[in-house]
Design a protein around this ligand. Structure first.
Ligand code: NAP
Length: 479
């Protein structure tokens, strides 16, 4: 297991010599001591990426595709090892970690191909003596700051398009989950990336590392996935050197179930969306809006399914819901339940911590709350925990008003059999992603991202590679 920063093709300790402990949130067992890099280490990584940039960008896209595709294959070859590491670091059940590895590898495979389709443009000129072109060129060194909740996929979702476009990259993973990023770095050596093309700086001092991304003209793009609060800080920092930023921020997804929905499918969708990674995903359903005619039946079926979930250490076979990543996460989930109950909601299952023998007390029992109103905390803020608050509504207009009544706009879901309503709702929901009778819409081929406080830019799809390309207009007088 690699535990050092990965700079210029080598695993190196932090310049300070310091390390920090990475712990399993289920047991608090120390998994490893990892290099505690800071701005100095990040500076060295940026310089390495800058040196590697000219040769990497000048390689034909078909050549850049080879190590990308190879890395995707190596990740699938080592899927079990990577999944186990991911589960240890962030607590998610092994079965989910395996899905994450496959999802993560798909971005490398897909962008290996998409990099070959970075086409330019010719523009018919008004002046017959001129020829007009648009070139699309890699913007330079790219930096990435990733969160702990998808420690493998959030790295490759940025690495795939950046490297395919011809940029080189420096990644700073979350302090809870640096080992997954370092495991990718280790495989990148075997995949054959040239030295300095991909770098990882681990460390506790995120602001000092981020400052180096913005303090000059070398880094031309910073891609961030994390909280809206930190996204705002980075957006401000980006102003000084006009660095382009892509921000994948928090969500507050409404999950809307209409009277005519297939309730079995809606409940299966609700379970997949809400309880994946113990509710710690940016696109997870955060608010259930259920039309009055099916409200009681939906709550009954959802409660039965939720009560049957197996809570435990993610590495224990059969576990479906792991721990919250840290104590702050647990306290937030508890506070949302307490606030709802204090204001008249009722837990039909769960509602308190869960005890898991031999583990920490960082587990929350999967919870369904009924009688929730839009005024309650869980309907105003992202919970990031295994809590499903349900609110009844009467009309489509009312559902839309509640759904859009938030500054967030990442993902929204609707379950209905009415085609015209699907079109009306898909158009009117102020979200970057709409799942229609589909609770798991994310895929490498499609643009992922939010509007309003949920972010700027897109990852995935042909749109994802645009973030790493500069347009250059060339006007050529030929006569
Ligand atoms: P976070 O606290 O914002 O941390 C995310 C990353 O930012 C980590 O690497 C963190 O480093 C770093 N960071 C923290 N403070 C920073 C600062 N002042 N300057 C620069 N970097 C800083 O978010 P989180 O709690 O890890 O992740 C959960 C959030 O991410 C949720 O809101 C979730 O919705 C969002 N998310 C969004 C998406 C999406 O695609 N839209 C996907 C996944 C998650 P340290 O770990 O060292 O503090």
């Amino acid at each position: 297991m690699q535990t050092s920063c990965f700079i210029d093709g080598k695993f190196v300790p932090a310049r300070s010599g310091n390390t920090f402990a990475v712990r399993n949130p289920a047991t608090d067992a120390t998994i490893a001591q990892v290099a505690d890099g800071n701005g100095t280490d990040a500076r060295a990584a940026i310089e390495a990426a800058s040196r590697a940039f000219p040769a990497w960008k000048n390689l034909a896209a078909i050549e850049r595709a080879k190590p990308l595709r190879k890395l995707s294959e190596l990740m699938l070859r080592d899927a079990e090892r990577l999944a186990d590491l991911c589960s240890q670091e962030c607590g998610k059940p092994l079965a989910e970690a395996r899905v994450e590895v496959a999802y993560a590898a798909s971005f490398l495979e897909w962008y290996a191909e998409e990099g070959k389709r970075v086409y330019g443009e010719t523009i018919p000129a008004s002046d017959p003596g001129k020829r007009l072109f648009v070139l699309r060129q890699p913007s330079g060194v790219a930096a990435a700051i990733t969160p702990w909740n998808f420690p493998i996929a959030m790295v490759t979702r940025k690495m795939g398009p950046a490297l395919a476009a011809g940029c080189t990259q420096v990644v700073k993973p979350a302090e809870q989950t640096p080992l997954s990023a370092l495991a990718i770095a280790e495989l990148s050596v075997e995949a054959g990336f040239p030295t300095g093309v991909f770098n990882v700086v681990t460390g506790l001092d995120a602001p000092s590392i981020a400052d180096t991304f913005f303090d000059g003209l070398t880094v031309r793009h910073v891609s961030f996935t994390g909280s809206t609060e930190v996204g705002r800080i980075l957006l401000e920092k980006s102003a000084a050197n006009v660095v382009r930023v892509s921000l994948e921020l928090g969500g507050h997804a409404p999950f809307i179930v209409f009277d005519d929905a297939d309730l079995d499918k809606a409940v299966v969708g609700a379970m997949a969306s809400k309880f994946r990674n113990a509710g710690q995903t940016c696109v997870c359903a955060n608010r259930f809006l259920v039309q009055r005619g099916v409200h009681d039946e939906f709550v009954k079926r959802l409660t039965t399914a939720v009560a049957a979930l197996k809570v435990g250490d993610g590495r224990t076979p059969g576990t479906q819901v792991g721990p919250l990543v840290d104590d702050a996460g647990l306290r937030k989930a508890e506070a949302h339940v307490a606030d709802a109950v204090a204001h008249g909601a009722r837990a039909t299952t769960g509602g308190a911590r869960a005890t898991v023998t031999g583990c920490t007390d960082r587990f929350m029992a999967p919870t369904v709350l009924t009688g929730v109103t839009p005024a309650m905390l869980c309907f105003r803020e992202e919970t990031f925990g295994p809590i499903a608050p349900v609110c009844a509504f009467d009309t489509e207009t009312e559902a839309l008003e509640i759904a859009n009544g938030t500054p967030y706009g990442l993902a929204a879901y609707l379950f209905t059999a009415d085609g015209a309503r699907i079109m009306r709702m898909a158009e009117a929901l102020q979200y970057g992603i709409v799942g229609v009778n589909d609770a798991l819409p994310a895929t490498a081929q499609a643009p992922f991202g939010g509007v309003k406080h949920s972010g700027l830019g897109r990852e995935g799809g042909h749109q994802g590679i645009e973030e790493y390309l500069d347009l250059k207009y060339v006007s050529w007088r030929i006569s």
